[in-house]
Design a protein around this ligand. Structure first.
Ligand SMILES: NC(=O)c1ccc[n+]([C@@H]2O[C@H](COP(=O)([O-])OP(=O)(O)OC[C@H]3O[C@@H](n4cnc5c(N)ncnc54)[C@H](O)[C@@H]3O)[C@@H](O)[C@H]2O)c1
Length: 350
């Protein structure tokens, strides 16, 4: 099969590198161009990947008529303007998470997508892990019944990325909510069948980073320019009566090395835990509790798999593997969490 779709990547820093194996492995896509405002990174990554079409101005890559798919991997604040420009230029777009830090930006991206008739996907790679796909398949078969409550968290003990692209409102749009909250929230909503969120009560905390000597295992000392939250928690109500408790942190006295990411789902027929993929039931006739272990048979690297899935969808005319509407709900919840924290009370999301 010939590789008919030409891919250009904007922002060739850290995460973009995890996408290249997917573009190379896809039977439909071919990596042809890079853009980055940092010329040193641009040259280095071009040499490393054998890409010679290099643009210091992303507008030039967007204007390149040879390109079919644009892969946006810049800091969060630049996702919306670059994605909208790319869609207006007739490109399909896969964009790193968060799709954008605010609901308004995502609505504008959806409008641009609908005008262009092109595909737009958020790079929520956890959906492409074998364990998540296996659990989702079981839930879709109805093994949990109606899921009426979820508990999800993504907690790090001292694991904050410390560059301006992550810890300033100007470039990131928010802290761990916007960085890692989107991962666990997207996954949980997807498992729950994407019910409509209607209200949230949330708090943010900023207690540890101001103490002398605090540090990140990921980036050394806490920088002075950090102006986002370090911890957040929320209680979400959905239109169908379901509820969700979510907690996220970059700095917390929590027992974990690295990252503790978990999701508990509670349904009328059964419960489940991810990532262990245990399913939990009760036999009321025998008064026994039963635990079943799902054994995941699917391997592969999830960032690569999301790119392969996007190219497949574009090539076959299928719908977006992660629709922007799902990301709009995720960011509506997190935007509501910030508003609720500010107001000190539950806020409406509709
Ligand atoms: N899915 C994941 O697991 C995951 C992990 C890390 C980061 N991310 C996301 O990826 C995005 C980038 O994060 P990163 O860690 O790669 O950051 P990074 O700082 O390592 O790389 C970003 C690159 O974008 C370039 N850039 C900045 N503004 C630009 C612009 N306007 N036009 C073109 N290039 C521009 C920078 O020069 C840099 O090379 C963020 O949105 C982040 O949330 C996702």
């Amino acid at each position: 099969m010939s590789k008919t779709l030409k891919v250009g990547v904007i922002g060739v820093g850290g995460i973009a590198r995890t996408h290249y194996p997917g573009w190379k492995e896809s039977p439909h896509a071919e990596l042809v161009a890079f853009a980055d405002i940092n010329s040193e990174i641009l040259q280095r990554m071009g040499e490393r990947e054998g890409i010679t079409r290099l643009y210091e101005d992303p507008a030039q890559l967007i204007a390149d008529s040879d390109i079919d798919i644009i892969d946006v991997c810049t800091p969060n604040r630049y996702h919306a303007p670059l994605t909208i420009a790319a869609l207006e230029a007739g490109k399909h777009v896969i964009c790193e998470k968060p799709l954008a830090p605010t609901p308004d930006e995502i609505r504008q991206m959806i409008t641009a997508r609908d005008k262009s008739g092109k595909l737009l996907m958020t790079a929520q790679h956890f959906r492409f892990t074998g364990s998540a796909k296996a659990l989702k398949a079981e839930i879709d078969r109805g093994v949990l019944g109606d899921v009426y409550h979820a508990r999800s968290w993504m907690l790090r003990r001292s694991g904050a990325p410390t560059s301006p692209g992550f810890v300033t409102k100007q470039h990131a749009g928010g802290g761990p909510c916007i960085d890692i909250g989107v991962h666990i929230l997207d996954l949980t909503l997807w498992m729950m069948g994407n019910p409509k969120p209607v209200a949230i009560s949330g708090i943010t905390q900023d207690r540890l980073r101001r103490q002398p000597g605090w540090f990140s295992n990921w980036g050394g000392p806490i920088p002075d320019f950090w102006d986002v939250e370090e911890f957040a928690a929320g209680f979400v109500r959905f239109e169908n009566g379901a509820t969700l408790v979510i907690e996220v942190s970059w700095l917390l006295h929590h027992k974990t090395t690295g990252e503790d990411m978990q999701m508990w789902l509670y349904g009328e027929k059964g419960g489940s835990h991810w990532p262990s993929n245990e399913l939990l039931w009760t036999n009321t006739e025998t008064r026994q509790h039963l635990n079943t272990q799902l054994v995941n048979q699917e391997g592969g690297e999830a960032h690569a798999k999301e790119c392969i899935a996007f190219a497949e969808a574009v090539a076959t005319g299928a719908s977006s593997p992660v629709p922007a509407e799902h990301s709009l709900d995720v960011i509506t919840i997190l935007d509501g969490l910030y508003r609720s924290a500010e107001a000190g009370k539950e806020v409406s999301l509709v």
